[in-house]
Write a protein that binds this ligand. Structure first.
Ligand SMILES: *Cc1c(COP(=O)(O)O)cnc(C)c1O
Length: 240
């Protein structure tokens, strides 16, 4: 049951928080990653008090979000394609996956045209994996001033997805590296970058110990994903 899985996760988050010795106000927030799951599953989560959700496909989110209560907040956690920026801006409170200076400039320009000030996180490829999106740490240090100068973007912090590991302890050094990079960028730019989005179903407790402010949890809450994105059924779409 969702409520039982949620209770267990909140308990583990609380325990990790206490172990980390972080201040009470410095709370880590849970993002329920609802990608691929139907609106009914999200509604069950809402009924258990969850209101912050993560999606990684703009089309899927665009179809799903209007079917859910307006008190829900949505974060985009995927790789944003240039041609989806305009549609993504009104849907999401925070864009986690800003993974290049080029996409940051595109978002800035489209935000200007749309009259909005999007909140974003910069995605860092901390392990330098060739298969992954994201800034290399040294590249981000070189480009941070230029990125912070983009007048429409509220850059609030960093996000990372560490290499897949069997043991959550293997993620620790990557989470610590993201925090240390954030501290260096902050000192250098003289601007706060308070948000660290790190930790998923298997390693969120370690991420909280290393300073995560947002954990993105899918499988441990909603169960395994089928792999396919959710689409409204044909009957629903005929109603439009
Ligand atoms: C799918 C996804 C998650 C959730 O992963 P789980 O292992 O199911 O908790 C977290 N972050 C990102 C960026 C994702 O794409």
């Amino acid at each position: 049951m969702f409520s039982e899985r949620l209770r267990i996760i909140l308990e583990k988050m609380e325990a990790a928080h206490s172990r980390s010795g972080r201040a009470k106000e410095d709370r880590c927030e849970l993002i329920a990653v609802s990608k691929t799951h139907p609106p009914e599953a999200v509604l069950e989560a809402v009924e258990c008090g969850v209101t912050l959700f993560g999606e990684n496909r703009v089309q899927e989110a665009k179809a799903k979000i209007p079917l859910l209560p307006s008190r829900c907040r949505w974060h985009f956690i995927g790789h944003l394609q240039k041609n989806k920026i305009r549609q993504a801006l009104p849907l999401f409170d925070l864009l986690h996956g800003v993974d290049s200076a080029a996409i940051a400039r595109d978002i800035d320009r489209i935000a200007q045209e749309s009259g909005v000030f999007p909140r974003v996180l910069l995605e860092v490829n901390v392990a330098g994996e060739s298969s992954k999106f994201g800034f290399q740490p040294s590249q981000l240090e070189a480009q941070i001033d230029e990125l912070l100068a983009l007048s429409r973007l509220h850059i609030e912090g960093l996000m990372t997805i560490p290499p897949v590991a069997g043991d959550p302890e293997h993620s620790r050094k990557y989470f610590a590296a993201l925090r240390e990079l954030r501290d260096r960028l902050q000192a250098r730019a003289g601007l706060p970058l308070p948000v660290l989005s790190m930790g998923m179903s298997d390693d969120f407790a370690v991420a909280i110990e290393e300073g995560a402010s947002l954990v993105r949890i899918g499988t441990a809450l909603f169960g395994t994903r089928s792999g396919k994105t959710w689409k409204p059924s044909e009957i629903d779409s005929l109603d439009e």
